[in-house]
Design a protein around this ligand. Structure first.
Ligand code: HPA
Ligand code: ZN
Length: 347
């Protein structure tokens, strides 16, 4: 449990949530592509998209589950062809993150979505990495990249993707596992993750978003991941809850994503508060902010308004975000100090 935080009147909580420094650890950079940028890149690259206008595209964002979202998300990414496109997308996100007082971000990217269309791995990684480097210098946002394997594709394709990415090993810090969860359990990628582990890469995986708690167990035991992305189904399994709390396995929770993909019927039903109160290292993240109606601070503000969480929860969530990040202990201490100073100054 973190140290006690002084009570703050409910009407001042939104300001504190906005102002506190935080890390974002679950953002698919392709999910930050706003409809306006999709149309601009389509025009720049001469790519046809099956929507007449920005408004018509936005109207299509009415999802019933993960797959209904993924179909539109992969279609949106089809406008990305050049290094500059990847840079522009990541830069737009990083500017938006800085405005929300995100001081550290670990960005997922899906190379297979692009290499399948003939875009080279180098184009993808160089564009994203250039934006991350510039963000450190110009925005004060420390940003790094995590390569995700698409779990609906084969193990062989994941190995090929890893091979293609290895020449750029210095430009990404880890690997993850995303896309359609049901029917694609973690064990399908046990050998790929074992290889990534040998290479010294950090390991994460989506598990327990729509899939059962069993997928969280296998992500931990067979893939040996350091964090679970989503993990909200863990409250169905008391033994798993105990383990996650005891080992402080971070969960990168994405409340607005869960709402838009109908994982919970309403935000008031979300189990984030239950996860925190049970002592888990839960964090708040935006997942695919252009599609789910909000960036980091929107996620914090709407979730706190719906669940009645307090300043103590806010402090814990921000602290957890740094604890869960892939930075060294010294850097973590510096962020904890920054967080403490922000809370102390908030009179
Ligand atoms: N789940 C799985 N795959 C994804 C997601 C998600 O929330 N967003 C982008 N790819
Ligand atoms: Zn995700």
């Amino acid at each position: 449990m973190s140290k006690p935080v002084k009570a703050i009147p409910a009407e001042r909580l939104p300001e504190l949530l906005r102002r506190m420094p935080k890390a974002e650890l679950h953002i698919h950079i392709e999910g930050s592509l706003e409809p306006e940028l999709i149309f601009a890149l389509a025009a720049r690259n001469g790519v046809q998209i099956p929507y007449a206008s920005v408004e018509e595209l936005r109207k299509a964002y009415a999802f019933t589950n993960l797959q209904s979202f993924l179909d539109i998300y992969y279609a949106g990414a089809s406008v990305l062809l050049k290094e500059q496109d990847f840079y522009d997308m990541a830069w737009a996100y990083l500017e938006r993150a800085a405005a929300d007082n995100v001081v550290h971000a670990e960005l997922f990217f899906d190379p297979q979505t692009h290499t399948a269309r003939g875009v080279s791995m180098e184009t993808v990684i160089d564009g994203l990495h250039r934006a991350c480097t510039q963000a450190r210098l110009e925005l004060g946002v420390d940003a790094s990249l995590i390569l995700c394997f698409l779990r609906h594709l084969s193990e062989e394709e994941a190995f090929e993707t890893l091979e293609q990415a290895l020449p750029f090993r210095g430009k990404f810090i880890g690997v993850g596992l995303d896309s359609s969860e049901l029917g694609h359990p973690p064990e399908k990628f046990a050998r790929v993750f074992a290889r990534c582990r040998e290479l010294g890469l950090h390991l994460v995986a989506h598990a327990g978003e729509e899939g059962p708690p069993a997928y969280i167990w296998t992500a931990l035991d067979l893939l040996k991941v350091e964090r679970i992305d989503h993990g909200v189904q863990s409250t169905k399994d008391p033994a798993l809850m105990q383990r996650l709390a005891k080992e402080r396995v971070p969960l990168t929770v994405c409340p607005l994503s869960n709402l838009k993909l109908c994982v919970f019927p309403q935000l008031a039903d979300h189990n984030l508060r239950e996860l925190l109160d049970a002592g888990l290292c839960a964090t708040v993240n935006s997942d695919d902010p252009a599609y789910f109606g909000g960036y980091m601070n929107d996620n914090f503000l709407q979730t706190f308004a719906a669940t009645g969480m307090t300043a103590q929860h806010a402090y814990q969530l921000a602290k957890n975000s740094f604890e869960a990040s892939f930075i060294d202990a010294k850097q973590k201490d510096a962020y904890y100090e920054l967080l403490d100073a922000t809370f102390a100054a908030f009179a």
